[in-house]
Structures are given as C-alpha cells and as structure tokens.
Design a protein around this ligand. Structure first.
Ligand SMILES: Nc1nc(=O)c2c([nH]1)NC[C@@H]1CN(c3ccc(C(=O)N[C@@H](CCC(=O)O)C(=O)O)cc3)C=[N+]21
Length: 335
C-alpha cells in the first residue's frame, strides 16, 4: 500500500459516507443491507496510525518541555540490542530518532550476537542504577542462548517501559491492580480505537493470536475496558466463526493476510498488528509490507481498519515515548 492509495481510500470513504446513509435508510425497510448494490456500500474508514501517532508524539514533546522547564530534567530511554538482526537495527534507529524529536535523551548499548547472558545482565544493571535513565528496553527477540525471562525480569520494574517485567505483567492480569507500564503495541491498539471514537465497553472483541508481546496483553486491556474478549489461536478449530462475532478484531497472529473480509461482521473495527514482507516485483525492494489481515477484502466489510504500514507500527513507538515520559514523571514525583 503506497501513500497515494491510502489517500484515495480515505477520501473516497469520506465522500461516500453520507450517500450510504441515504441509501440504507430507504432500503432497510424493505431489504437487508447486503442486498444493496456493491457501489452503494461504503468502504471502511481508514484509521491513520501515522497521524494519531504524530498527535501522541506531540503531546509527549510538550510534556517533556514542561518537565525541563519545571525541574531542569528530561526523560531518558536506554535501548539494548544484542546481535545483528537488520530489522532490529532498523527499529532501534527509529526509536532513537523519535526520542530526539520528543526531547528525550536516548542511550544505547549494542552487544555482539555471541555476548553472554552475564554481559547482558550487567548492561541492564548499570541502566537500572543510572538516575538519568527512566526507561530500559531490551530489543526482542534475543539470541537463543540468552534466557529472555531472566533478562526481562532483571529490568527494574519502575523502568520497564515495555511492560514485560513479571510484576507489570502480573498486575495487568489481575483485577484491582495497576501495572506501572503496559506493553507499547497493545496500548497503541487501544489508543487507536479510543482516538478514532470506537466504543470498547460492552463490545465483543476477538484477538487473533496469543503472544506475550501483543495478543495476551491486548486481550487484558480490552477486558479491563469492559469488552467481552475471546482469544483465538493456531489450535482454535473455528477461528473464522468466532471472529465473525467481533465488533473489534485485533489481528496479531503473525500469518500474512490471514483474516479475510469474509470472516468479518459488517462494520467491525480491524486493528492489524502484523508486519509481513510480501513478494512484489513491482516494488524497488522486490517486496511490500502487508498485515495479518487481508486489507483489500477486509476494507469492503469492516467499518474501520488500520493500514500496514502506517497503522499500529507508528503507534508502538509513540507509546514507547509516552511510557518513558510517564516513567520519568513518576521518578520525579510528578504523577
Ligand atoms: N523489546 C521490544 N519492544 C518492542 O516494541 C519491539 C521489539 N522488542 N522488537 C521488535 C518489535 C517491532 N516493533 C516495531 C516498532 C515500530 C514499527 C513501525 O514503526 N513500523 C512502521 C514502518 C514499517 C517499515 O516501513 O518498516 C509502520 O508499520 O508503518 C514496527 C515494529 C517494536 N518491537
């Protein structure tokens, strides 16, 4: 999906909305909506993650500037990268650039892929002790010889901007408890819904995928906002049937274009967390990015949908900045 195509879809749905209302009002009394000619049906509203992320980043920039004025300090984020994965390097660079734009200090440690677990733990311990660091992120996945659970558990839970520390995870899972930090991508999904005016309370939400980083925390957050939540996964025999009940679908299964338009209840909101490279010889790089939902078929049925790229991805980084600022505000007794 290129920028021009996104703009076209958006403009079209804006123009089409009033037309659709007029047609359905007349037609509904005699025939169900599905009997409408295809041309009279509106495409999904495009949820512009890039624009919403820009709003969040601007809010963070203002908050950071106020903090600097009041107490002469700014938030600091430390990013730890182990190994040479190209995609991880790209994400880490994007995070550092976003920090700079928001006025957040960034610190980084790159360790070679054969670094020992003890070396990684030492880096984490040093950042835990550094008063100018308010957030620590260890980029995942780490090499196989490193015990991820041990490293994530070693991050101070007061600096755990990813929300992966067991105490933050545990509090998220329990009623009446509040984690200090919530994982960035799931929190980004919720903010996309809320800032698009999509109601969560009382709705049926289906999360496709049960990963620790997205599916499970996303389900927890939706449930805490009074949605009725179902998680479907690779061993669910009838995912399609369950997804069809959903008012809100979070696609986070890691399988390219798996959720089809035919799986959706008309009008459902689709938040697509997937990032997959799909072969496309017409592109410079020979591929383009697609999500875990099949955008072309889903946009015909959904009420609202996030594009890939330009949907959840930019929100992940914006929320990381927000979490870091909130961590710094807590550290200085400002919230
Ligand atoms: N400890 C940890 N925390 C993370 O938050 C974390 C991680 N490990 N490991 C890797 C994933 C991936 N991730 C993304 C961040 C931004 C975009 C993003 O901004 N994507 C853009 C651009 C995509 C592109 O053009 O490459 C978009 O979707 O529009 C994507 C993916 C954070 N992750």
């Amino acid at each position: 999906m290129n920028a021009a195509a996104v703009a076209t879809t958006f403009a079209w749905s804006t123009f089409a909305a009033p037309l659709r209302l007029r047609v359905t009002r007349g037609a509904l009394r005699t025939a169900p909506a599905r009997a409408l000619p295809r041309s009279a049906r509106a495409e999904a509203k495009l949820i512009d993650g890039k624009a919403i992320a820009a709003d969040v980043r601007e809010e963070v920039r203002v908050g950071v500037a106020q903090m600097k004025e009041k107490i002469g300090k700014v938030p600091g984020l430390a990013v730890v990268l182990v190994g040479e994965r190209k995609d991880s390097q790209t994400y880490v660079n994007a995070k550092k650039k976003a920090c700079a734009e928001a006025g957040i200090d960034s610190f980084g440690t790159d360790l070679p892929g054969d670094a020992t677990e003890e070396e990684v733990l030492k880096v984490v311990a040093d950042y835990n002790a550094d008063p100018n660091v308010h957030g620590i992120l260890v980029q995942l996945p780490m090499p196989d010889h490193i015990d991820e659970e041990r490293v994530l558990g070693a991050i101070s839970y007061e600096k755990d901007v990813d929300g992966f520390h067991p105490l933050n995870t545990g509090r998220l899972a329990q009623r009446g408890r509040e984690p200090l930090f919530v994982p960035c991508t799931p929190r980004g999904c919720i903010e996309l819904l809320e800032r698009s005016g999509i109601e969560i309370a009382g709705k049926e939400a289906v999360v496709v995928g049960r990963s620790n980083v997205v599916g499970i925390p996303a389900a927890m957050l939706l449930q805490r906002r009074d949605a009725t939540v179902t998680i479907v996964h690779s061993r669910t025999p009838n995912s399609e049937e369950i997804v069809r009940r959903a008012d809100i679908v979070i696609a986070a299964c890691g399988r390219m274009e798996m959720v089809k338009g035919s799986w959706l209840k008309p009008g459902a909101a689709v938040i697509d967390v997937g990032i997959n490279a799909k072969d496309d010889p017409s592109k410079k790089l020979g591929y383009r990015l697609v999500g875990d939902a099949d955008f072309e078929s889903c946009k015909e049925v959904a009420g609202a949908i996030t594009p890939v790229p330009g949907g959840v991805g930019p929100m992940t980084i914006a929320i990381l900045l927000k979490n870091t600022m909130e961590g710094a505000m807590r550290a200085y007794g400002m919230m």
